[in-house]
Design a binder for this molecule. Structure first.
Ligand code: A2P
Length: 318
């Protein structure tokens, strides 16, 4: 039996989603496809991919199979997000990039399309880390206008950004006809993003969270979250897992959370966060945790590039 659909925000964005980033790319296409089918079986309806991740294709195949197997009746039961890579963050390349993404996913439309980073690299290979010599200044306003065109053409139901500071969001908002629906950023108890969250709330931009468990095992992650003694103590006293405490904490902050697990029990466990609460005392303890950004993304910083320091990339929000 499938679990109830995840709760959604007022724009209809499901507040819990399944991530498919695996970088360096570890899982085979078949494993990723099977994992996604399993996730649909246990109740996930919101899936997050990106042109960079190489998981658009397995996600698309999983959707075809889910329809064939009757796990879902139609594609619109799903909420699908993908992202524009930096090599296509040039105003004339945005619509074609989304069309390619849709072909990989075998879909007519996305629910959400995001500008992956506030950065452009010369057209060419998609890779992370990016080659510093390929970094070029991004024209946030014209890239955003092309994103608006994508929505106007019906290629995506909504558009947003990822890894944007308050200042860069402000730049987009200053000329946007369609304001970004979402800013997808790193957030977990060790990097709580209070300033950015307050700003986004004020502007009506939903914060979506990646690395809610600290993304151990990836290029950008570490064990810091999963090995926090404070979180371990809270989890133990609560009879929940540490991962559930992190996910519930994020949910209680009014954000949408993306989580990934290749394991069925952990997939189910991660959905089981909606019928219990953290106490005021537990929330207070979490609010006191020392803060440190897990993924500063120094590869976007270069002496000769548009961002000469991490300060400039994150506009001091680091
Ligand atoms: P696994 O696939 O073996 O479950 P993030 O969402 O922050 O990127 O973290 C994802 C990582 O956390 C994955 O490596 C995943 O490994 C692991 N993970 C996901 N859910 C849980 C959980 N409930 N308990 C422990 N580890 C988890």
């Amino acid at each position: 039996p499938t679990l109830p659909l995840d709760p959604t925000d007022e724009k209809g964005i499901p507040l819990l989603g399944f991530g498919t980033a695996e970088y360096p790319f570890g899982a085979s296409m078949d494993t990723m496809k099977d994992t996604i089918i399993q996730a649909i079986k246990v109740g996930y309806r919101h899936f997050d991919t990106a042109a960079l991740y190489q998981t658009e294709q397995p996600l698309g195949e999983a959707i075809v199979d889910a329809l064939r197997l009757g796990l879902i009746k139609s594609r619109d039961e799903l909420f699908i997000t993908s992202k524009l890579w930096c090599s296509d963050a040039h105003c004339d390349r945005v619509v074609p990039a989304l069309q390619r993404t849709l072909r990989s996913l075998k879909l007519e439309y996305l629910d959400l399309y995001l500008v992956h980073w506030p950065a452009s690299v010369k057209p060419g290979e998609m890779e992370l880390p990016v080659k510093k010599e390929n970094l070029v200044p991004i024209d946030l306003n014209s890239v955003w206008e092309a994103m608006e065109e994508c929505q106007g053409l019906g290629l995506t139901k909504s558009i947003g950004v990822s890894n944007f500071s308050c200042k860069k969001l402000e730049t987009v908002l200053s000329t946007a006809k369609i304001p970004p629906a979402v800013n997808q950023v790193e957030m977990n108890p060790m990097w709580q993003q209070k300033k950015l969250r307050n700003f986004c709330k004020e502007k009506g931009v939903l914060v979506e969270v990646y690395s809610p468990l600290g993304a151990k095992g990836t290029l950008w992650g570490s064990n810091r979250v999963m090995e926090s003694e404070t979180l371990k103590e809270i989890a133990q006293a609560k009879g929940k897992s540490l991962a559930q405490v992190c996910l519930r904490w994020a949910y209680e902050q009014g954000v949408s959370v993306l989580v990934k697990s290749f394991n069925k029990e952990r997939m189910e466990q991660n959905l089981d966060i909606f019928d219990w609460k953290l106490s005021a005392d537990e929330l207070h303890k979490i609010s006191q945790l020392p803060q440190c950004k897990g993924f500063p993304a120094g590869e976007f910083v270069s002496e000769d590039g548009p961002y000469k320091s991490l300060e400039e990339l994150w506009d001091g929000e680091i």
